[in-house]
Structures are given as structure tokens and as C-alpha cells.
Design a protein around this ligand. Structure first.
Ligand SMILES: *[C@@H]1O[C@H](CO)[C@@H](O)[C@H](O)[C@H]1NC(C)=O
Ligand SMILES: *[C@@H]1O[C@H](CO)[C@@H](O)[C@H](O)[C@H]1NC(C)=O
Ligand SMILES: *[C@@H]1O[C@H](CO)[C@@H](O)[C@H](O)[C@H]1NC(C)=O
Ligand SMILES: *[C@@H]1O[C@H](CO)[C@@H](O)[C@H](O)[C@H]1NC(C)=O
Ligand SMILES: *[C@@H]1O[C@H](CO)[C@@H](O)[C@H](O)[C@H]1NC(C)=O
Length: 458
């Protein structure tokens, strides 16, 4: 989906990834409990923490208080990439001031923050990653495995996206001789939109030439009105610094190394408008918390097999809810993502099948097999107002009778960031109870019982 690069969309374009730890504010990661599950042993609590992405941090000369990047890199501190990496320091942050709170196994992300002195509310749009230890991102390897979490989207309105997804980032945040800050300071971001980062693998992007591309598996892009899950394969492995056509910008969208559109499964778009929204008359009632289960099924039923299917279930009020089935003339009644689903959807909805061109689920599965980093964020969309996720029709001037143009029930006049901040200053998403493990082990009867027993002990 056309996720707008954070750097282009947000106020913090002036700050950047820095490369040495700063001396002023200690970095203290908010703790969070997650769970590892097996069929035989149930779920066990794991104590870990989250880290804020480096782009949100103050980047200044290590001996002073001057920003290393304003509209461009400071030429005094950054005459070349080596000097830049040694001179520019990333500071620790006060997480609460960014709208980030953890409690037990729950993470709350507020999209806006209010300055305690001026009382001015502004966009924070935090993005955090799950750490295994203070210097290492948790690397999830989910082939032939299952991933679950609980989510409360009741305070995520149309136009805002509370997202949980995997990117094939390096587990040390590309720490190297140029980047001694590493995962502890949230470095090394990449995704399938190939965002222009200020540093890529520790190398300053002095002329803004490069983008940070990597495979991306969107488990959850959603608000209370609409939701999608979407693989975005790339024909590259790990973090790839793209240049020119490889980045797939503008007219070159389908010539780049990553599938920027991805292959989405969105119940509303797939013809089931009664599946997901606030209210007891919807199959999944988004006015209350529910569990989202995603299963990565392989060809041979082992973690060595190729990815062939991504399955989805929900659990709400103790009831397992099957995913919505496609109900669109010309399409099979699928309830999961397979290569056949993706190619048929591209034919009927229209659009380039870049997903298949870049290797489809097999390629996506290779990244999932190598291991991916869990990112959690909340954001608005100054470029397309989140219309690709929740509006009908999208684009606003499309023929509403055409299949696939309705993405969700939100009005095409909504999603404007300057209105959202006034109308929903308290907008927030709560992710909790993050679990991974054998298929069938993370939800339902036994998983829940064992998890509660473990919780009492922690
Ligand atoms: C901040 O704004 C809120 C909401 O408008 C108001 O209730 C509060 O009194 C203000 N506080 C300060 C310190 O100005
Ligand atoms: C950036 O551009 C300047 C001027 O065109 C050039 O001298 C320099 O080598 C470039 N630096 C990098 C890292 O590409
Ligand atoms: C990756 O895909 C792009 C098109 O999206 C193509 O131009 C490029 O040659 C491919 N690279 C490899 C290594 O296959
Ligand atoms: C559910 O109820 C609400 C409020 O009465 C209504 O606006 C909405 O159209 C209903 N949705 C469905 C799918 O019946
Ligand atoms: C729970 O586990 C027990 C023993 O491992 C098994 O016999 C039972 O079928 C399981 N129940 C459910 C609901 O999975």
C-alpha cells in the first residue's frame, strides 16, 4: 500500500538517525512482556522491551548542542560519511513524552503528544521495535508458525492507522564501526516503500540519494473502520540501499526492487461490508478488544518449506471467528492469502502484479524464514489520507461500482491530518499479549489458560 514515508510526512524530518550514543539523556527502554508458545508446553512469558526509532531522536554534534541535520546535513559536522558518523550523536528519549507507554504485556501508542510547558498538541506518530535485549531486536522466524496479539482499535478513527508489522531489518540495527548506537537507539529501519533514511548501515545519506528497502509483512494496518494484512516482497535480501530506478519512486513504482502495493486482504474491499466495524452487528466488533491470529503455512508443513499461505483468524469474547470470505464476482471465496488469490485479485481489481513479478509468497517467506523485526506504530497520511485502507471509493474519483475500489466505509473527504488532530487529540492504539509459536498454540483454550497461569507468576 502507498504508505507515505515518515520522513516526507512528518515534522521530524529535521532530525535523523545518528550514529554514536549521545551523552545527555540515558536511553531506558520501556519493558514489555511477550509470550513464546509451543503445542506441548503452552505459552511462557518473556521479558523484553521496546525501543523508539532513531529518526525521532535528537541528533546533534557530540561535543555540543547543534543539530546535525536541519534541511540538509550540517556541512561542518558532515563533510564526509566517516566524519558525520563520528561527530553526530543520538540521544536517549523520555518515552512518555512521545506518547509511548507499556504496562505488563500491553503497549499504548498515542499519535499526538502535548508539550507540558506550552500545552500545544502536535503529531508524535511513534514507531517502536521489540527488543530481545538492550542491543538486539527480537528476530521472529515465523515459517510454519503462528503470531497473535490483542488489539484495541476503538480509539483509532478513520484516517489513522495503528500498525503492527515485520520488516527484514538487521537484528543489531546495522551496528558497525560507523554506527555504534545500533538497535539500542532504534537504528536500521527499512521497509518495502524504500524510505529515504539519513543513515543507511551507518553511512550518512549525504545527498539523499539512497532509500532503505527491505521486505515487509504487514500483519495489521487498521483502525476501527477497516483493516488489512499485506505481504510486500522485494527481490533483495535484508537491508538494501536503493538508488534511482531501484527505489521505485513516482512513475517507476513497478520497476523498483520492492512490491509497494503488496497483496492485501481487506474484508470490506473483498466484498464483506458487515465484517469489521464498531457495533455488535459486525462479525468483529471493533468497539472492544479482540485477538488477531496470523498463520504462516508452508508447502511441507515444516519451517524449511516455502511459504504458501497466510491465514487469519480472530478471537473475540472467547469465540474463534473465521476470516471473512471473498465475495466479489470473478473471484474465488478465499479467506486467506495465496499466490492464486493475489494474482486473481490483481486481474479483477486491476493493477500491475508486481507481487508475482518479485516472487510472491515464496520470496516473502524467505525473509520470514531468515527472521524479521517487529515494528509497531500509529500514523496519519498527509499524502493519500489513508484512503487506500479505509475510504470508498479510492481513489476518490474512481467509479464506485468497480470491484476493489471500496477499501472501507470512511468518507473520501476525511483523513485530513489537520482535522484529525483537532477532532481526535486522544487517538491511540493498544497492542497487548503478543504471542508466537506453533500453529494452534497461541490462542484458544489451552494457550489462554497456560498464559494466565504464567502471568500470575510474573
Ligand atoms: C492545557 O489545555 C487543556 C485543554 O485545553 C486545559 O484544560 C488545561 O487547563 C491547559 N493547561 C495549561 C497548563 O495551560
Ligand atoms: C554529494 O554531492 C556532492 C556534490 O555533488 C559530492 O561532492 C559528494 O561526493 C556527494 N557525496 C556522496 C556521499 O555521495
Ligand atoms: C528486481 O526487480 C526489478 C523490477 O521490479 C528488476 O528491474 C530487477 O532487475 C530485479 N532484480 C533482480 C536481482 O532480480
Ligand atoms: C450496524 O448498525 C449501525 C447502527 O445502527 C448501522 O449504521 C450499520 O449500518 C449496521 N451495519 C450493518 C452491517 O448492519
Ligand atoms: C488442552 O491440552 C490437553 C492436554 O495437552 C488436551 O488433551 C486437550 O485436548 C487440549 N484442549 C484444547 C481445547 O486444545
Amino acid at each position: 500500500m502507498p504508505r507515505i514515508s515518515f520522513l516526507a510526512a512528518s515534522f521530524f524530518a529535521a532530525t535523523a538517525v545518528a550514529q554514536v550514543p549521545g551523552p545527555l539523556t540515558p536511553e531506558v527502554h520501556p519493558p514489555i512482556t511477550s509470550y513464546k508458545c509451543t503445542t506441548a508446553g503452552g505459552c511462557k512469558a518473556v521479558q523484553s522491551s521496546v525501543v523508539l526509532d532513531s529518526n525521532y531522536r535528537w541528533l546533534h554534534n557530540v561535543d555540543g548542542y547543534t543539530n546535525c541535520v536541519t534541511t540538509g546535513f550540517n556541512k561542518e559536522f558532515c563533510p564526509d560519511v566517516e566524519t558525520c558518523a563520528k561527530t553526530c550523536a543520538l540521544e536517549g528519549v523520555d518515552y512518555a513524552s512521545y506518547g509511548i507507554r507499556t504496562s505488563g504485556d500491553a503497549l499504548t501508542l498515542n499519535i499526538y503528544k502535548t508539550d507540558p510547558v506550552t500545552n500545544v498538541t502536535s503529531l508524535s506518530s511513534p514507531r517502536v521495535y521489540l527488543l530481545a535485549d538492550d542491543n538486539t531486536y527480537e528476530h521472529f522466524k515465523l515459517l510454519n508458525q503462528e503470531f497473535s496479539f490483542d488489539v484495541d482499535v476503538s480509539q483509532v478513527p478513520c484516517g489513522i492507522n495503528g500498525a503492527l508489522y515485520f520488516s527484514e531489518m538487521n537484528d543489531k540495527g546495522d551496528a558497525n564501526e560507523l554506527n555504534t548506537a545500533g538497535a539500542k537507539y532504534g537504528t536500521g529501519y527499512c521497509d518495502a516503500q524504500c524510505p529515504k533514511q539519513n543513515f543507511i548501515k551507518g553511512v550518512a545519506n549525504l545527498n539523499n540519494t539512497y532509500g532503505a528497502c527491505c521486505q515487509e509483512m504487514d500483519i495489521w494496518e487498521a483502525n476501527r473502520a477497516a483493516a488489512a494484512f499485506t505481504p510486500h516482497p522485494c527481490n533483495t535480501t535484508q537491508v538494501f540501499a536503493c538508488e534511482g530506478t531501484q527505489c521505485g519512486n513516482g512513475d517507476e513504482r513497478y520497476s523498483g526492487v520492492c512490491d509497494k502495493d503488496g497483496c492485501d486482504f481487506n474484508a470490506y474491499r473483498n466484498g464483506n461490508k458487515a465484517y469489521y466495524s464498531p457495533g455488535a452487528n459486525y462479525t468483529v466488533d471493533t468497539s472492544k478488544k479482540f485477538t488477531v491470529v496470523t498463520q504462516f503455512v508452508t508447502t511441507d508443513g515444516t519451517s524449511a518449506g516455502a511459504l504458501k499461505e497466510i491465514r487469519r483468524l480472530y478471537v473475540q469474547d472467547g469465540k474463534v471467528i473465521q476470516n471473512s470470505k471473498v465475495s466479489v464476482p470473478g473471484l474465488a471465496a478465499d479467506d486467506s492469502i495465496t499466490d492464486a488469490y493475489c494474482s486473481a485479485q490483481k486481474k479483477v481489481f486491476g493493477g500491475v502484479d508486481h507481487h508475482a513479478q518479485l516472487g510472491g509468497l515464496k520470496t516473502m517467506g524467505e525473509a520470514i524464514g531468515r527472521g524479521m523485526v517487529l515494528a509497531l506504530s500509529i500514523w496519519d497520511d498527509a499524502g493519500s489520507y489513508m484512503g487506500w485502507l479505509d475510504q470508498d471509493p479510492y481513489p476518490a474519483d474512481a467509479d464506485p461500482s468497480k470491484p476493489g475500489v471500496g477499501r472501507g466505509p470512511c468518507p473520501t473527504t476525511g483523513g485530513r491530518p489537520e482535522e484529525l488532530i483537532r477532532q481526535f487529540p486522544d487517538a491511540k492504539v493498544v497492542f497487548s499479549n503478543i504471542r508466537s509459536g506453533d500453529i494452534g498454540s497461541t490462542f484458544g483454550g489451552n494457550a489462554t489458560v497456560v498464559r494466565r497461569a504464567v502471568e500470575l507468576r510474573v
